[in-house]
Ligand binder design. Sequence first.
Ligand code: GTP
Ligand code: MG
Ligand code: ZN
Length: 376
Amino acid sequence: MERSSVMHIDSDFSVDPSSQNEPRPDLIGLGWTPFFASQLASLEEAVQPARVLLASASRHHVQTADGPRLAVVSGRLAHEAAGRAALPTVGDWVGLRPGDGAGPAYIVHTFARNTCLRRKAAGPAMEAQVLAANVDKVFIVTSLNADFNVRRLERYIEAVIDSGARPVLVLNKADVCPDPGRFIDAAREVAPAAPVALVSALSGAGLDALRAEIGAGETIALVGSSGVGKSALSNRLLGVEVQREGAIRASDERGRHTTAHRELFVMPGGGLLIDTPGVRELGLWSDDGAAPAGFDDVEARAAACRFRDCSHDGEPGCAVLRAIEEGELDPERLGAYLKLGAERRYLARQQDVRARLEEKRRWKQISKRMRANPKQ
Ligand SMILES: Nc1nc2c(ncn2[C@@H]2O[C@H](COP(=O)(O)OP(=O)(O)OP(=O)(O)O)[C@@H](O)[C@H]2O)c(=O)[nH]1
Ligand SMILES: [Mg+2]
Ligand SMILES: [Zn+2]
């Protein structure tokens, strides 16, 4: 097996001591850039920079220039964080309190994120969940079987563009697909600007092209449904079997949610991979309610609509509907664009409501205190 700098981390959260002797990536090899260096330079307190490899409720695994460490979020940082999404997560650069000897280090600072891949947290709370921080490219993995769905791809592309990272469409399991042409065409259509890679984690086909997408010090996250082969691809790209791979059900070709947590691995060739658990639904997140990204084809037509605020719903002079009538635009694509836009506006409105309620609650508390102690 290839010698590599991949760290193996046991499920009981102890760091495998054998990894201590592996060659250690320096900060730049871990993805450190001038963006973070300038933040470090302007900090008042001295901290040791570290990258978060794995985050759990109680402990974080981080990698410093001196090697791996266990760390805990300091009480002050946890207290000051504005919501869960602000707490350090996988991919984040954090500052450790220097001088901590044995035992876990304290995370006392989180560096501002360069990019941030988010989704709406599962459950009823109107909250964002950060899937990965400081990611340069996201491999949106789909398999060439029942999983393939252009509408789902659109949602992923939307989330990736929103994050600030660049999407790469990875069509996996080419070995079981005798005619991948129509899948490639469909993928190109929804993301004309994104690279499309046809690969097989099983046979190794296309993996060199995929590797070529990963620059030194670049961070890649793999996302997609359960069972599409994200962990299989991670293992092939890392050159060692670090992630467990699961079976898929024959009945509907769905996976069984084998990967349970998000984790960052250092690639032997330089480059960093974050494998993520498959999600059934990617709940979109938006703070601003802006129009969905990644629909240049629709928006180029919309620019020619007679009314600037045309909703492409039967208004006279609608260039989008004309393009559909003329067979130049897929009506389902327009449907997806309108649906995503509505979803984003809804999310932004919900957050406004929440912010107003929060403000009201704060004022109530203040006025209650004032009434109780009028001299204040
Ligand atoms: N035929 C074929 N099978 C593959 C390929 N890649 C992965 N598989 C198989 O697909 C199944 C699921 O692979 P995983 O890597 O566990 O999928 P995953 O995306 O990580 O799934 P979750 O962790 O549940 O999100 C395993 O049985 C793999 O061996 C491929 O290129 N071709
Ligand atoms: Mg997996
Ligand atoms: Zn229109």
